[in-house]
Design a protein around this ligand. Structure first.
Ligand code: ARG
Length: 471
């Protein structure tokens, strides 16, 4: 009776979901028909029966559904850190996972299958033949665990199912472990089911909720109970499978791909430029401060400056990004958006490199310049401002330009946390078109155009500044 009462209470607005009543769903939209990308009316949308269930939950709660697409592997940390409120991603409620999150009642059952290239169809009559083979699985999934139990198997664990199928098509792996419902979407002349079937066949799916969020858990279970009693879930599965069937048959060439998905890339360019521009601005500011520290008379400031440069330069930007995006959320509950985390990471990272460039420039100016200026009666600050810095700036301009170009390219790393930049959009297009090369060639061309324009502009500036040298 209590669970029946919950939906009404939820509708009245007493959920644990505050903030303008947004219900944030975390999912890995590579799992058709559960959840996948599809272009509808020229717009990229995430659809599938998991999404239909999520919409029903949000509707029952009177909340607005916000979908965050990420690697399957990143879902548990995202839920635990509060970045998302629930996870619906065909996720099996294993004992291991139950230790860190709670699960709703199950809503779907699937079986495990092995997919192989058509020519290998008869090579794997039973699981025994999979021993010592190269096998693809999704990172962090139960399929990965199944793979780990196959003796001598060399596992390739990847973020997205489409990548696994691509690896299979390109002979990098010999077989992949998938769920039957999902495998169907990839079967064609090339990719077929093998007769071999994993022992632990059945896998159920349930909705993940943060531990202790019983209010949401009850609301979710209430909606699931309603959907089950109305027999809605099989219907949702059918509808999702039909949407999936609308897969294109003829493979478009690179120009067609570009033209069809130009709005995706345009969005990506916008974010890449925003990210890089802000990264450059804050990077220059940080760089100037650190450079000033490094050249300071006070030993403690010099020490701080050096420590900063060594620390940032000595660790990968990807690691810094993870610390800022996930680490701060887990330890200090500071939840940066992907854009914020991206800007911060790029700025502190390029700040270290720019500080070194600035320092080299200043120290590269002949000592005699400072001495001459001082002996002509200029103060230290004025000599710095009018004599040393202009020469230093001119000398390091090419190096600064290099750094700016690097920032544009390196900003692509931020795509791993779901920042919608060029690189991210390229993977989205890859997931929609099932093309492994063209979406990235397009991204490469766009990055090249951006950096080429930038280096031309910087070259101009350099020539202008060196005009005085030729006089
Ligand atoms: N059921 C499997 C698991 O829980 C795979 C789920 C993968 N889901 C996805 N959206 N890719 O590990």
């Amino acid at each position: 009776m209590l669970t029946m009462a919950v939906p009404t209470a939820m509708a009245a607005g007493t959920t644990g979901i505050s903030e303008g009543k947004k219900l944030v769903l975390g999912t890995s939209a590579d799992f058709a028909p559960y959840e996948f990308h599809k272009v509808i009316d020229g717009k990229d949308q995430i659809v599938g029966f998991d999404i239909a269930i999520a919409k029903a939950i949000a509707a029952d709660m009177g909340a607005e559904l916000v979908i965050e697409d990420m690697g399957f592997d990143g879902l548990l940390p995202a839920l635990q850190s509060g970045r998302v409120d629930m996870v619906i991603s065909g996720m099996t409620p294993t004992d291991e996972r139950r230790r860190s999150i709670d699960f709703s009642e199950t809503y779907y059952k699937s079986k495990q299958v092995i997919v192989v290239r058509a020519e290998d169809k008869d090579k794997f009559p039973t699981m025994a033949e999979l021993e010592n083979q190269k096998i693809g699985v999704q990172k962090g999934s139960i399929q990965e665990e199944i793979g780990q139990k196959i003796a001598g198997a060399k596992l390739t664990a990847l973020d997205k199912i489409s990548d696994i199928v691509l690896q299979l098509e390109t002979n990098r792996i010999d077989a992949a472990i998938l769920e039957d419902t999902v495998a169907v979407g990839y079967l064609d002349d090339n990719i077929v089911l093998a007769p071999a079937v994993p022992d632990e066949e059945e896998a159920e799916a349930a909705i993940g909720i943060r531990k202790g969020n019983t209010e949401l858990l009850n609301a979710v279970n209430a909606t699931l109970a309603r959907l089950k009693s109305e027999n809605k879930i099989p219907q949702m599965v059918t509808e999702a499978s039909q949407m999936m069937a609308g897969k294109e048959t003829k493979t478009p060439n690179i120009l067609e791909v570009f033209w069809q998905y130009k709005s995706f890339y345009a969005t990506g360019v916008g974010y890449t430029l925003l990210l890089s521009a802000l990264g450059v601005i804050f990077g220059v500011i940080i760089g100037l401060i650190i450079c000033w520290f490094r050249l300071h008379d006070a030993a403690i400031l010099r020490w701080i400056g050096t420590a900063y440069v060594e620390l940032i330069r000595g660790t990968p930007m990807l690691v810094q990004l993870m610390i800022i995006y996930y680490g701060l959320a887990l330890t200090l509950s500071i939840n940066f958006s992907p854009l914020q985390a991206g800007i911060i990471t790029l700025s502190i990272n390029s700040g270290a490199y720019l500080a070194e460039i600035f320092r080299a420039g200043i120290q590269g100016v002949d000592r005699g310049q400072m001495e001459a200026a001082r002996s002509l009666g200029m103060g230290k600050a004025a000599a710095m401002r009018f004599i040393v810095l202009p020469q230093a700036f001119k000398a390091v301009l090419p190096a600064i330009g290099n750094e700016f170009v690097t920032i544009i390219k390196e900003s692509s790393i931020i795509s791993v946390i779901g920042m919608v930049d060029i690189m991210y959009q390229a993977s989205v297009v890859k997931n929609i078109t099932y093309q492994g090369l063209n979406p990235f060639l397009i991204a490469a061309a766009i990055y090249f155009v951006l950096t080429f324009i930038l280096s031309k502009l910087l070259g101009r500036l350099e020539r202008k500044l060196s005009a005085s040298d030729r006089r």
